[in-house]
Design a binder for this molecule. Sequence first.
Ligand code: PLP
Length: 432
Amino acid sequence: MIQAPRLDGRFRLSEIQARELAKDFGTPLYVIDETAFRSRIRRYRDALAASYPRTELSFAAKANSTLAVLAIAHQEGCVLDVASEGELRAALAAGAPGSTCRLHGNFKRSDELDFALAQGIGEIVVDSLDEIEMLAARAFGATRLVLRLAPAVNPVTHEKISTGQADTKFGLGISSGAAEAAVRRCVELGLPLSGYHCHVGSQLLDPEAQLLGGETIARFAVQMAKLHGVTPLSLNVGGGLGVRYVDEEPMEVEEYCRLVAAGVSRALEGSGLAPTLAHEPGRALVAESGVTLYTVGPIKEVDLGRGAQRVYVSVDGGMSDNPRPALYDAAYTVLPLAAGDGPTRKVTVCGRHCEADTMFRDVELPVDLKPGDLLQVLCTGAYASSMASNYNRFPRPATVLIRPDGKPEIVQERETWDQVLAREPIPEDLRT
Ligand SMILES: Cc1ncc(COP(=O)(O)O)c(C=O)c1O
């Protein structure tokens, strides 16, 4: 029988809601609950504010850059952390002025920097010495610069989302001297250097690395104030707080903020410096507010010999609407619509793509599950729609926002066949 999921804060659809949404909007379908998203932002913001005298909460747009999602984050007072011109354009289109955005990236193109500065971007997070030289000749207006530091801490998370270690393409190493050289160069050039940043990794269930990262950049700030007279206005410890995909036990946000702030405060003690403490989570704000709905397709029972069998349940999506299982072996909670008392069995849920496209392993689903039934996958609000592709020419799914009054509103249309094929003129002589 299906285990009743542990009571947790993750958004999920009722059976009736799921059936109506599938009927009205089709599947696969991303669904975001506005109330859950807003209350998560408020809880994080309050926890952060309670942890330290001056704080700032950002939303990392890469987690979900659907315009309505960005508009909600902006309305809730979040700075929007963008990692490309495309994300910045999305933030602007969502109604956030450039001054409320922060630009990241290990390689910001020259035209990207020009565009960001023309929009009066609030902050640019400088990632390299070469970038400082690119910035040297530019006019800044009110834009501030923050240096991204590589604090050389090793987070406990998947290697592909681990960024705080010494061996990384991101940021300026402290121990190598690159970070201090960057500070010196900013001072020489008279650039508006106003703080430091680190992001040690994502889906962190153990806060140790984040705590160390914060402490390290705060210590660096104290040193730079002494050596080069740079007063930091902000210290940004990035994002990274983990969420519950299956049975993980992420730290409560209050405890997390308290611990990270305590590390920063310790490092600043006696320095007379009073920077704002900034966090820029993505996943922890939006992941648990979203689900993906799929329709079940063919079900196969494959004989593995010696009496063993694997049951493949195919769904009408796959790695194109959620590449995280393929990229990181990510696991998810998969629920049938009605969790009854009937018998269940372990199955492998696979997508429709021309790869193994294993989406969810060892999922307990009813024995009588059949083609046409619906499944909802929890905690897909982050890094699903924003990482979607057109592999195998699949149209990317729609996103529906459940408004506070319970009504669903489409906020991202399902891609049409015309859109899927729109970018490709065929040379005249190749037309038959
Ligand atoms: C610089 C930076 N900030 C914030 C984030 C958001 O991380 P998360 O979604 O884990 O909170 C990321 C994620 O890659 C990042 O690279």
